[in-house]
Design a protein around this ligand. Structure first.
Ligand SMILES: [Zn+2]
Length: 235
C-alpha cells in the first residue's frame, strides 16, 4: 500500500508491518503483526507524509473519540484521491463521489448528498446510522469529504460516470454537462492507444510513466498534465 512517498507492507522475514519512506535510505519503521500493527503503520505513514491531514484527524478524534477509526480511514481515502467531484450523471445536490476503498482499481462510488441541510451518504454504514457528531451522522466517506473541505484539498475527477437515477416521481435527475472535456472523459481508452490528454494536448516524455499508470488503472485519459500528476503523486 502506498501512502504518499511511504510504502506500507508486511515483512515476512521479520514478521510485522513496516513503513518505508521511498525517498530516503533509512531503515523501515517496524510495527507489530496483525490488524493493530497494520493500522499503526498506516497512521505512521499518514502522519509523516501528510502532517496536516493527520493533525486534522487527531483534532477531530479528540472531540469525537468514537469517530477516530472512521476519521483515519477517511484520511486514507483523501490522500489516495478517492474523494472526487461528482460525475456528469450526478444529481444537482450531489456534493462528491467517494471511490470505494476495498480495491485499488475499484470502480464503486459512494455518493454524498446535501439533503435538507444534512449530509448523507448511500453507504451501508451511514444507512445504519454511522457515528453522530454535532447533529450530523457521519461515515468515513462523509468524513473524507469534510477533511477535503477543511484542508482545501482539491477533489479528483470522477473517472467513471454512473447512469442517472430516477427520482421517486419518475423523473430523470442529472446535471447539464457543460464542463469542457467532460465528453472525452466518458470515453474509455485502451492502454495501447497513442498518449494524449483528454484536452487534446500531447504527453511529454517525462510524464509517460505516470500517464501509462493512469490509463492502466482508470481506463480513461487524464484531462491534462496537472490532473495527471496530482493523481500520480497522490496515489
Ligand atoms: Zn459513506
Amino acid at each position: 500500500m502506498q501512502i504518499g512517498t511511504f510504502t506500507v507492507q508486511y515483512d515476512r522475514m521479520t514478521p510485522g508491518w513496516t513503513a518505508v519512506n521511498d525517498t530516503d535510505s533509512g531503515d523501515p519503521q517496524r510495527f507489530q503483526t496483525g490488524a493493530v500493527g497494520k493500522q499503526a503503520a498506516i497512521r505512521y505513514a499518514l502522519t509523516q507524509a501528510y502532517p496536516a491531514v493527520a493533525q486534522a484527524v487527531i483534532h477531530l478524534a479528540q472531540h469525537c473519540p468514537e469517530a477516530s477509526g472512521r476519521a483515519w480511514a477517511a484520511a486514507e481515502l483523501l490522500v489516495s484521491q478517492h474523494v472526487q467531484a461528482p460525475g456528469p450523471a450526478a444529481a444537482d445536490n450531489c456534493l462528491a463521489w467517494v471511490r470505494s476503498q476495498r480495491a485499488a482499481a475499484s470502480t464503486h462510488y459512494y455518493q454524498l448528498y446535501l439533503d435538507g441541510g444534512h449530509l448523507t451518504c448511500d453507504c451501508l454504514d451511514f444507512q445504519q446510522a454511522g457515528v453522530a457528531f454535532a447533529g450530523q451522522l457521519l461515515c468515513k466517506h462523509l468524513l473524507a469529504y469534510q477533511l477535503a473541505r477543511h484542508l482545501d484539498w482539491p477533489l479528483g475527477d470522477a473517472a467513471l460516470s454512473l447512469p442517472p437515477r430516477r427520482t421517486a416521481g419518475g423523473h430523470w435527475r442529472g446535471r447539464t454537462v457543460t464542463a469542457v472535456g467532460m465528453g472525452q472523459r466518458a470515453q474509455p481508452v485502451t492502454p495501447d492507444a497513442p498518449p494524449a490528454y483528454a484536452n487534446g494536448a500531447g504527453v511529454s516524455a517525462d510524464h509517460l510513466p505516470a500517464y501509462h499508470a493512469f490509463v492502466a488503472t482508470m481506463r480513461q485519459r487524464p484531462f491534462n498534465a496537472e490532473k495527471l500528476m496530482s493523481w500520480y503523486v497522490g496515489r
